[in-house]
Design a protein around this ligand. Structure first.
Ligand SMILES: Cc1cc2nc3c(=O)[nH]c(=O)nc-3n(C[C@H](O)[C@H](O)[C@H](O)COP(=O)(O)OP(=O)(O)OC[C@H]3O[C@@H](n4cnc5c(N)ncnc54)[C@H](O)[C@@H]3O)c2cc1C
Length: 209
């Protein structure tokens, strides 16, 4: 095991799952959880790892009339699938493209992809629906977007970090990742995560320069 020391501060950016786990392994968290894991309590912060938020996904699949197609065709028409794959490798438009439209509107996205726009759990070989084509509507953004396991909030309201992203009870540990988001937005979260990182860089630079 290597021990690396920091002269000024430590930045924890392991994501919404691993950041709270690393806090708990370091003795920062809920007393009962730490005790059950045999970890000595260093800082009592009961909200560490709590309040996980994520996007909900509801898919409704519709069987298409025979004169329409969908990317599900790649599942059973191997000749057509090979042609499409070759087109894709040549940089031509094909069903293997994953195209996003409406990129200026984070709440709306169309993905031309077998697993998204087609049917996610395609009927098994031998079933009466195998060989049929489907189109799916997906309610809500479908990406994994876990947040809020180390929220920016007042400590008494369940916060783990203060507005400067510093862990309550410590002066030299900041969290900079999606876990600090208090309310999961309805769109993609990568942009807010980048915003948090930019803001953190400003605060860190301001403190130490
Ligand atoms: C399948 C999928 C698709 C997604 N698609 C989109 C999308 O299209 N648009 C969008 O905006 N968001 C998307 N997201 C969400 C986005 O990727 C995450 O929200 C974002 O990456 C979170 O950033 P983060 O810095 O909090 O954590 P992460 O990006 O997960 O970074 C954490 C880092 O810490 C490292 N780490 C963890 N534990 C340790 C350890 N003990 N030691 C050293 N390193 C460690 C990890 O390897 C990782 O590199 C998607 C997520 C998934 C899973």
């Amino acid at each position: 095991m290597a021990v690396i020391t920091a002269n000024k501060e430590v930045i924890l950016s392991a994501g919404s799952v691993q950041s709270p786990q690393l806090l708990e392994l370091s003795g920062i968290g809920n007393a009962s959880i730490l005790a059950a894991a045999g970890v000595e309590q260093m800082v009592y912060l009961p909200s560490v790892g709590e309040n996980l938020q994520d996007h909900v996904r509801i898919t409704t699949a519709y069987q298409l009339h025979p004169n329409y197609t969908s990317p599900n065709i790649l599942r059973f028409n191997t000749t057509y699938a090979a042609q499409q794959l070759q087109a894709w490798t040549l940089g031509e438009t094909s069903w293997y493209d994953e195209i996003s439209v409406g990129t200026r509107v984070p709440q709306f996205e169309v993905l031309f992809d077998d697993g998204y726009l087609g049917m996610k759990r395609y009927p098994a070989v031998g079933s009466s629906l195998y060989g049929k084509l489907f189109f799916s509507f997906i309610a809500s953004i479908q990406h994994a977007a876990p947040t809020s396991t180390a929220e920016i909030l007042p400590k008494e309201d369940g916060g783990v970090v203060d507005p400067e992203l510093k862990v309550y009870g410590l002066s030299n540990l900041r969290i900079v990742d999606a876990s600090v988001i208090s309310l999961n937005p309805s769109g993609h979260i990568q942009t807010p995560v980048c915003g948090i990182a930019e803001r953190a860089a400003q605060m860190i630079t301001a403190q130490w320069s």
